[in-house]
Structures are given as C-alpha cells and as structure tokens.
Design a protein around this ligand. Sequence first.
Ligand SMILES: NC(=O)c1ccc[n+]([C@@H]2O[C@H](COP(=O)([O-])OP(=O)(O)OC[C@H]3O[C@@H](n4cnc5c(N)ncnc54)[C@H](O)[C@@H]3O)[C@@H](O)[C@H]2O)c1
Length: 246
Amino acid sequence: MNNINPTKIAVITGAGGAIGSGIAVKLASEGYSVVLTDLKSDAVQSQSSKIEGALAFAADLRNESEVLALLDFVTEKFGTATLLVNAAGVFFEHKLTETTVEQFDLLIDANLKGTFLTCKTFIPEMIANGGGSIINIASTAGLYASSTRPLYSVAKAGVIMLTRSITVDYGSKGIRANVICPGLIDTPMADWITSRPEALKAWEANLPAGRIGTVEDISKAVSFLASENSSYMHAGIMVVDGGGRP
Ligand SMILES: NC(=O)c1ccc[n+]([C@@H]2O[C@H](COP(=O)([O-])OP(=O)(O)OC[C@H]3O[C@@H](n4cnc5c(N)ncnc54)[C@H](O)[C@@H]3O)[C@@H](O)[C@H]2O)c1
C-alpha cells in the first residue's frame, strides 16, 4: 500500500453503520489510512469501497480472538494504529422489568465489552509505538437517565468511565483518550423517534439548536479530538447534542 503516513493510521469500529462510516470518510479526507471494521461484513465492505485506499475487516468486537485478528490485520496492512475510534454500538428501547438477560448481554457487550476489548488490544501496541489517540463514542444517555434505555445508559456510562480510567493509567505513557457524547443523531439508530414526525418535531422544539444532529456534527468532533488542536484534552467528555440538557 503506497502513501501511508505512519502517524495517521486509524481504526474505526461500527464503520458499517452511519456515524462510523461518516467518521471514516472524514478521517480519510484528512490523510488518514483507515481500516473500517464492523460486525456486518457486507455493510463494512460497501462503506470502505467508497473510500480510496481504505480497508475493511469484519469482526464481532465482543469476541477477543476477532479483535486480536483485527489488530494483526491493521499491523500487517498499514502498521501500528495511531488512532482508534470506537463507534460500534447497539440501541433499542427497553423497559427494565421487561428486559431479558439476552437483551442485557447484547446492550452491555456491544456497547461496552467491545470498546473494552479494542482498547485493551490496541493500547499496548500504541504505547510501544510512542503513543496514540482513542476516541470513544458514548452518548448523552450515559450522562443523564431518561426513559426506556436503562441498560444502554449503563453501558454508555461505562464507556465514559472506561475512557477516563484509560487516561489515568496510560495517559502518561502516550495514550490520549477522549469520549464524545452525542445527543440524538439522524441515523437509522434514531428511527424510534424520526419515524414519528410529531414526536420528532416536539423533540427538536426543545433543542436550542432547533434540530437533531447529523453524522457530520459527530465526524467534525472526532476530527478535532484526533488533531493537534485538542492536544491538551485528555479524558475529555465532549457533549455534541444541540444543547439538549444544559
Ligand atoms: N444515532 C444516534 O442518535 C446516537 C446517539 C448517541 C450515540 N450514538 C452512538 O453512536 C454510535 C454509532 O451509532 P449509529 O447511529 O451510527 O448506529 P448504526 O447502527 O448505524 O451503527 C452502529 C454499528 O455498530 C455495529 N456493531 C454493533 N455491534 C457490534 C459488534 N458486536 N461488533 C462490531 N460491530 C458492531 C453495527 O453493525 C452497526 O453497523 C453507537 O455507538 C451509538 O450508540 C448514536
């Protein structure tokens, strides 16, 4: 592979999905060699085929051996990753008293365990290479309790604390970790409300920004956190939610 800048090698999880693929496009436009990874093989292949020089790797990030295979793939194809963006996640509305153990496992594992495993796997290589940056995508649901999302909120609160804990233990070794908390973003994951025009209108009327967020709103935040412009931000919680709950 030609033209690889060894200081700009990014792995983006959930990149078969809306936000992850948008982040990959943005980072590639800024000179990153990008590896897109997702559980959904067809989706991640399709998204990566739209980006020149990008590579796709299908993996279930809940499975440690698949995350180790991802690490090997990135190292072999591009070199040591300098940026890890965790955007993989699962959301569905649920009420605590009606949630099954299988649903509990899915919400916690897809949102938190996968992020734990990629961080665990990539941090040692980054440190050995002189350092790197981690940007985890949590949610405002991890900051504030709201209806019909208790375990998603718990998982995202875990992602926030995981990010801050990484900074405490590995910040001085060159790992700069920050977390983004999006509010409602217009992707298929937000179908639960965007499919109900009246409910969406009411939601947007309560937002100072007057609209729900876009994939670009999040990819611009990632771009900033990945750049030198944010070099003094460690363990930062960046809320990108149109002013949802000031
Ligand atoms: N859309 C929103 O309103 C919103 C708001 C706040 C936070 N977020 C977070 O942003 C991130 C991206 O969301 P999106 O809106 O692009 O959703 P999306 O469903 O389009 O993308 C999520 C992707 O994660 C992948 N994924 C799920 N489990 C996985 C696993 N075990 N291994 C590998 N990949 C897996 C899915 O296949 C999917 O492609 C998620 O973490 C989500 O929780 C989204």
